[in-house]
Design a protein around this ligand. Structure first.
Ligand SMILES: Cc1cc2nc3c(=O)[nH]c(=O)nc-3n(C[C@H](O)[C@H](O)[C@H](O)COP(=O)(O)O)c2cc1C
Length: 358
């Protein structure tokens, strides 16, 4: 059996020890509501690094306060946040993982109750600490308050905010940056005709709907070192005939690669309510199609829960990387388990755990 999953992969100047990566997963634990990471994040990120992952991507992190999904999200709009990230990043790196951060703006899906809040669902009122949301067009996500459409000055400010956060990510020691362009958050809202009805340069055809993302990519690329990988997470389909489609996403992937994006993290959905045929590896075909049509490296994510399943996805060239989300919450040592099950010798079983992995 080949061992594609546990093979290193190099993007630009960075070599990752394997292709088991941990996708961003919001924790909603910043009780101080100041966007500053906590000991929970040190433990959470550190546990995946200890568990052998090639890369760990820190959860969606707001580039401005209003870009958070909830008040308990992480942020990277100030230096206090940056300085609190630095020891978390270096600890995970000391365990052999590369560490990335997903820079995000939640757009019309911002200002909501934290996921497992006991105090309600949907949009927060101002009295509850919520704020006015923004989006490409004043179209509400079902069940949430209506956003205000951004004007061109507002768009330019947000492009700068992404760049400023990327600079702070570099200063904090992150190995790479991922731009959140999926799941119905602000970038995806621009990309999808279902949420973008603009008639100016930021709407219309693919080039117009992609302009906001292109400007972010160019601004971020200008702030990060030449040899630092840049990823974009995209929802390859809205699961709606009038929305984003996989062929269009493949076209977009090629355009992004031309601008210096190194890997497309292929997810789906989140911009409108849809019937999604959820099951093992349900988003892998989208990743495979984007990879085959564009020639750009991709990761696949979504119910990849077994080492042999992940190995098969990478070995057959459907994706370059397998991202393991909820299964890694259940078993943060997924990569160590994979090496054991696939009978691959690795040299990064932590010394205190050697007796468990003999
Ligand atoms: C608790 C939780 C939080 C998540 N937060 C994010 C996030 O911050 N950014 C993001 O792009 N996706 C987020 N996701 C989606 C995951 O990254 C992943 O794409 C999804 O869970 C499917 O993969 P899985 O079946 O391996 O869990 C989250 C998922 C979970 C379960």
């Amino acid at each position: 059996m080949s061992h594609a999953l546990l093979e290193p992969i190099t993007l630009r100047g960075t070599t990752f020890r394997n292709r088991v990566w941990i996708p961003p997963m919001c924790q909603y634990v910043v009780d101080a509501e100041d966007g500053v990471p906590t000991p929970w994040h040190l433990m959470h990120i550190g546990s995946f690094a200890r568990g052998g992952a090639g890369a760990v991507i820190v959860e969606a992190t707001g580039v401005v306060p209003e870009g958070r999904i909830s008040p308990r999200d992480l942020g990277l709009w100030n230096d206090t946040q940056r300085d609190a990230f630095a020891p978390i990043v270096s600890f995970a790196q000391s365990l052999g993982a590369k560490v990335g951060i997903q820079l995000a703006h939640a757009g019309r899906k911002a200002s909501t109750h934290p996921e497992w809040g006991t105090d309600g669902t949907g949009s927060l009122t101002e009295a509850e600490g919520g704020w006015q949301t923004v989006a490409p067009s004043a179209l509400a996500f079902e069940g949430l308050d209506a956003p205000v459409a951004l004007d061109e000055a507002g768009i330019a400010d947000l492009v700068s905010a992404f760049a400023d956060s990327a600079r702070r990510a570099v200063e904090a020691g992150f190995d790479f940056v991922e731009i959140h362009g999926a799941h119905g958050y602000l970038v995806h809202e621009f990309l999808s005709p279902l949420s973008n009805e603009r008639t100016d340069a930021y709407g219309g055809d693919l080039a117009g709907r992609s302009r906001f993302l292109f400007e972010i990519v160019d601004a971020v690329r200008a702030e990060i070192p030449q040899d630092m990988p840049l990823l974009v997470r995209l929802s390859a389909t809205d699961w709606n005939d009038a929305g984003v489609t996989v062929p269009e996403t493949a076209e977009l992937a090629a355009l992004l690669a031309d601008r210096g994006v190194d890997l497309i993290d292929v997810s789906t959905g989140g911009n409108v309510l849809a019937d999604i045929p959820v099951g093992p590896g349900y988003q892998v075909p989208a990743a495979a199609e984007v990879r085959a049509s564009s020639g750009v490296p991709v990761s696949a994510v979504g119910m990849i829960d077994e080492p042999k399943q992940a190995e098969q996805i990478v070995a057959t060239g459907q994706a370059d990387v397998a991202m393991i989300g909820r299964e890694a919450l259940r078993d943060p040592n997924f990569a160590l388990r994979a090496a054991r099950e696939l009978r691959v010798d690795i040299d990064y079983v932590p010394r205190p755990y050697h007796r468990a992995y003999k």
